[in-house]
Structure formats: structure tokens, C-alpha cells
Design a protein around this ligand. Sequence first.
Ligand code: TEU
Ligand code: CA
Length: 540
Amino acid sequence: MNDEAAGADRPAPWWVRGIVYQIYPRSFQDTNGDGVGDLAGIIRRLPYLQWLGIDAIWISPFYPSPMADFGYDVADYCDVDPIFGTLADFDRLVAAAHEAGIRIILDFVPNHTSNQHPWFLESRSSRDNPKRDWYVWKDPRPDDGVPNNWISNFGGSAWTFDAATGQYYYHAFLKEQPDLNWRNPAVRAAMHDALRFWLDRGVDGFRVDVIWHLIKDGEFRDNPVNPGYEMGRAEIERLLQVYSCDQPEIHQVIAELRAVLDAYDGDRVLIGEIYLPLERLVAYYGENLEGAHLPFNFQLLQAAWDARHIRALIAEYEAALPDGGWPNWVLGNHDRPRIAGRLGPAQAKIAAMLLLTLRGTPTLYYGDEIGMEPVPVTGADIRDPWELNEPDLGLGRDPSRTPMQWDRSPGAGFTEAKPWLPLARDWQDRNVEVAMNDPDSLLSLYRRLIALRREEEALSVGAYLELAAEGDILAYQRTYGDHVLVVVLNLGHHAMPFDLPPGLAGEVIAATHGARDGARLTGRVEVAPDEGFVLRTAPH
Ligand code: TEU
Ligand code: CA
């Protein structure tokens, strides 16, 4: 979808051109000295976000929660946990963000609640409680075993026995996160009301947690064994998740969520968190685009950093998109290893240039713009329940969730107390204040590319065309009308020649290597190790 496709009288919705920035609120900015970030902290840092130039923030959950999974275990969908502030703080945040031209996307967690949610307390109280069927309860199998072989995403059986009522309940994640029964219309209605609660308060959209999980197989059949499972991997990988998620009925559920948003003005966006192979992923746009506006595309999170491979996956993704479906790209999130740790500082710049010049809404993760690296979190500092359940396999997510590094002060400008997770060791050198004042920093490059994406329709809504290139070079054109931009990225650490298409000449308007800025290029270009640049060709 672009302006033309959408028709002259209907400009593209904001999220087509917009850039999304994910905030993990526990780690962004503490304002009351308890070592945990809060909503007032996000308000305090809005000027930074405005300076950076992003369009929207997606805030990981801040609802009342026992924090067994740091907010992804919700005990009340319509309030703010005291650790993060109050509803009044939230209203102030919406007002201040909108004033600054920044939209607010909430994290909606519909697959499961906390086991402390009043709904679950009722549900588990007796077999004939009216809320019994709001969750997934099953009798023990005759041999007194679990109802089926499903495994929790965090290890162990996905079933926990409730002795008081003699049944098991299902939890795709922790036992403190019982799954809701989305086949029950009363559950759907209650959750739609929760969406409306926040839409009425002015939020601009939702990122929906594990949206592909909401519906499970009607017969709860055993998942098949994964023949490719290898020792040392997460236990969940022992089975193929054939029956526990991604069921056909899910698309109707999503269309209903979407309809709740569509009843509001202002292009509220529905983003789905979906870890599925490409051909399954694109089904989440909906058969007639009545599904998620943006089913998160996580391919770059797992891709081998190889030019040919990435060129191919871009091509496959572009080809798989349904007509009118708008692409998107994600480089990091609170569940995955940080990109700068995976690629190193030089290629982190290339990754930034890739993310911000591809066709599709980019989502960036707080701290990646200053090249934060995974922070080792060990022993008594470990907080992530997954690491605690399945230790030492490298699954822990704490390293990607450490406090934002703002300045050189003792708490990195994040807190005046002991932060809830340790700071990176390099915070005095790697922080926003230092990077802002360094024109060669990753942060300066991010800001430049974000500004460029705003200025150049070719980047935000233009067509994508791959260019032939050798070796580690990934090159493509973005075009809009007679505007043609060329992006050249060296994904390797060796100099490589690149031939611009015949007859094409242009000027470098963004570069990883300062010396390249403003250069006029044509013909064969010697691309330096780890170098990337964007070229504007003269309109003809
Ligand atoms: O993540 C869902 C999810 O699939 C991840 O747990 C993923 O399997 C794992 O992190 C490997 O990348 C969402 C949230 O983003 C995560 O933080 C929550 O823990 C989880 O759902 C449960 O709500
Ligand atoms: Ca705080």
C-alpha cells in the first residue's frame, strides 16, 4: 500500500510511513529512585525521542502484575501497576506524547492472564464457577497423566494440576500465566472492552502479544516430535507446535480485534507478534486484509548476516506479501539478543541503514540506537524466569533488558538507586550524551537516517528493486515517481567493488563513513570494509 494504491483522497495511514520505537519501561527511565523505570520517566525522555525523530513508541506492559514475567502476566487489563505510576500518569503521557507528535502503542497481552487475575481466581475456585470456562481446564488422562504432551515455552509441561478441583489448566508460558479460552465469547467480549478502555484514552494502537497462540486445537491433540531437535536447545523445540497454536480459527478472532480498532477514527494500528515461517506469517494480514495491519516480521532477528541470504529473504518476503499488505522489519526486541552484540559495532551501522532504508515500517528497540550490547547477567542478578527455568542454555533475556544508558553519571542517568538489572560495564563511554555529540556515532547515523526516511518518499513508500552485486555487497534501489535512491551496504569486513547501474550517477546523502558524505559517484565504486551509503540520483 502506498499513497497511490490508497487513492488520492485517502492518504496512507501514519503507520505506513512511521517509525516505531520499543520501550521496555522497567529499563528506560526511573524518576522516583526505586531502580525501576516508570511512566513519568518516559514523559521525561520525550524530548530525546522527538530529537531522534521516531513516530511512535510501543511500550511493553505496565499493567498491574505480580511480575512473574515482568508484566506479561497481567492482573488487571485496565490499570497501571504502582511501580510504573498511575492512570493519571498514563493520561499525562498520552497528552505529552501527542503534543510532541509521538503516537502511543500499547502492549496487549490477550493469550494469558496472571494467575492472580480475579478472573482466574474465580475460575479455579470451583468447577461450576461461571468463569471456569474462561480458561483451559482438562481432566487428567486415564493413567492420571497430563492432558497431552504440550510443553511450556519456558520449559516443562504446559499443564499444571489444580488439586482442589482435580483438573489441569493450560499455560503456554509460566504456570503463573494461565491461558484464556478464546473460544468462549464472554472472554472475547471482556477483552474487547479492555481494548476500548485504552482506545478511549487515546492510544494509537496495540502490539498484540503471541497473537498466533490464542486459539488451540479443538481436540487438544498431541504435538508431533520434532525430528530436528538438538540437545542444548530450549525444551519447547522438542515438539513441533502443530496443534498448540496457529489454528485456522485464529483469523476470525483477529478480525474481531481489528474491528474494535476500526470503529475508532485516527488509523489505530494492530500489530501482531508472530514467530512463524514466512508462508504462515503472511496469513495474519487476513484474507481480505481484515487481520493485523502489521504482522511483525522477525526475519532479521534470526538471519545469518550474509548479503546473498538477506537479499533472498527480502525478495521472498516481498513476493509473499498479499496485495495491499504493508511490509515491516524488526531489528531487536526484549526477547532477543541485541543486534550490536551479534554483529559488532561496525556492522551495527550497516544494520541500522538496512532497517531504515527497506520498504516497510521499521521497529527499533531502545538502546540499539546507541549500540548497547548484551550485558552479562549472572547469579543472584538473574531476573528472567526463562533463564531460571532452563539455565545456562543462553536463553536468558536479561542481557537485552538492561537500563538505558543516558549519561556518565553513576546510574547512567537511568536511576539514582541500584538498577533492577545491572548496567553495562561500558556505560560511561557508550551513552546518549556522548553519542549525541559525536557526528560519527551510531546514534548520529540513526538520527540522520530517520530524518532522511521522513524527507524521502522513495524511502518511506517507494518501490524496492534489488540490484546485482558481488560478494558481501547488498544493494538496492528505492524509487518513488522520478526519485531514485540507491542503497549500498557492505555486510563484510573486506573492501569490495560495486558497479552502479550503467548511466546512473548520484550524490551520497547518508553514509557510515563520514568521508563519503556528499561524494558524487558513478560507475565502479570501491566500497570500504563495513561501509554503507545512500545515494540520491538526479531526477530525470
Ligand atoms: O514472547 C513470545 C515468544 O514467543 C517469546 O517468548 C519467544 O518464544 C522467546 O522469547 C524466544 O524469542 C512474548 C513476549 O514478548 C515475551 O516477553 C513474553 O515472555 C511472552 O510473550 C509471554 O507473554
Ligand atoms: Ca521508578
